[in-house]
Design a binder for this molecule. Structure first.
Ligand code: SAH
Ligand code: SF4
Length: 360
């Protein structure tokens, strides 16, 4: 396999791009398909392990291309053994978080789309770091391949993907979507789009683009505040995309895609968990095909807020119910291993930086 930094990482290339690259190197359609299925069905670790190629083509592949694997920099398991948190190292030394969760026989991976994040949400460990860079498609795909291999060794398969690790997927739209195209390809990993959830802080142009491009992923929008002032205090991106624009984009998405949207609400004691907050949220979502996931805050070093108490969580949900808005409490799993977004990296590296200004 080529070590040249200019050699393309084949995991970066969706099928049409890989086809074009391989065609240029003299691969027939049959051999091009063999490379694709070797990478994603057989899950080869080295290009030399792709079987069924003519020897000359095998040599070309190894000379001109590479496979960008991610190395395990640090890992930990929750006390119940169900959550496996990985800090993976990229080729330039950046580290990103990937979390593998198993419950009821269904494995879910939480993947990162950026190293850090530019959005600066005050309670989020990733937001407290600022953005280092976007991930390439191959670095998103690489996280999924990494956990797929772990699962395979234990006779398990991956079902769900949630884009809820480090970073804002719609701030890295093209690379994230290229990765999704690779993951759902029926001749490759063949993951089901309906089991892929994309969570966004509310990047309005990205939501509209998702709707227009008919991307079949499940959309989750992080709200955390139901008035502009309250939201902006927690989510600086709320200043750039105010609630009226965000909700218009969400309604457009629901109408165009005929799908419900999930809204995420991190419950922070005394800050956004009172009956008044719940009434604002209920009024905002009333009549919409929406479901709210309330998530008690996972405290972070850089933020002084704490999680809501169970009674406040129940009362919050009761108010939502009175508006006909369904909700579910989601516990952030693996709290004992810093499994909140960005927390393992923060704990391992302890190099906090100031958030960058919000980018488009
Ligand atoms: N950038 C995207 C996806 C990554 S964050 C987004 O913001 O939606 C995934 C979810 O975790 C978001 O809803 C985010 O608000 C939430 N989150 C981040 N830090 C958290 C914390 N410390 N406690 C609870 N939820 C948190
Ligand atoms: Fe970025 Fe999401 Fe964290 Fe906000 S919550 S800083 S958007 S990763």
């Amino acid at each position: 396999m080529s070590d040249a930094p200019t050699a393309p990482n084949l995991y970066d290339l969706p099928r049409p791009a890989l086809d074009a690259q391989l065609a240029g190197w003299g691969f027939s359609p049959q051999y091009r398909e063999r490379v694709w299925t070797g990478l994603y069905r057989d899950g080869v670790m080295a290009l030399g392990d792709v079987t069924g190629l003519r020897p000359d083509l095998q040599a070309v592949l190894q000379e001109r291309a590479r496979l960008g694997h991610l190395a395990t920099h640090h890992e930990s398991f929750s006390s119940d053994g169900l959550t496996h948190k990985l800090l993976l190292r990229l080729h330039d030394g950046q580290t990103i978080e990937t979390v593998l969760m198993r419950f009821k026989g269904r494995a879910t991976v939480c993947v990162s789309t950026q190293a850090g994040c530019a959005m600066g949400c005050v309670f989020c460990a990733t937001g407290q770091m600022g953005l280092s860079r976007h991930l390439t498609p191959g670095e998103v795909v690489g996280q999924v391949l990494h956990v797929t291999r772990i699962l395979k060794a234990q006779g398990e398969t991956l079902r769900n993907i949630v884009l809820m690790g480090m970073g804002e997927p719609l701030h890295n739209y093209d690379n994230t979507m290229a990765a999704m195209d690779i993951l759902v390809d029926p001749k490759g990993l063949a993951l089901a789009p309906r089991f892929i959830t994309l969570s966004t802080v509310g990047v309005v142009p990205g939501i509209i683009r998702l709707a227009d491009e008919a991307r079949p992923v499940q959309l989750a929008v992080s709200l955390h505040g139901a008035t502009d002032a309250e939201r902006a205090a927690l989510v600086p991106a709320g200043r750039r995309w105010p609630l009226n624009e965000l909700m218009d984009a969400c309604r457009y998405y629901v109408e165009k895609r005929k799908r419900r949207i999930f809204f995420e609400w991190t419950l922070i004691s005394g800050r956004n968990d009172t009956a008044e907050h719940a009434h604002h949220l209920g009024a905002l979502l009333h009549g919409m095909d929406a479901h709210v996931n309330v998530i008690p805050l996972n405290p972070t070093v850089g933020y002084d807020g704490g999680p809501s108490v169970p009674d406040a969580v129940r009362a919050f949900q009761d108010v939502l119910t009175s508006y006909g808005v369904p909700s579910t409490v989601r516990q952030r799993r693996g709290i004992d291993i810093d499994a909140g977004c960005g927390q393992l990296k923060a704990a391992v590296e302890r190099k906090p930086r100031r958030p960058l200004p919000v980018a488009s």
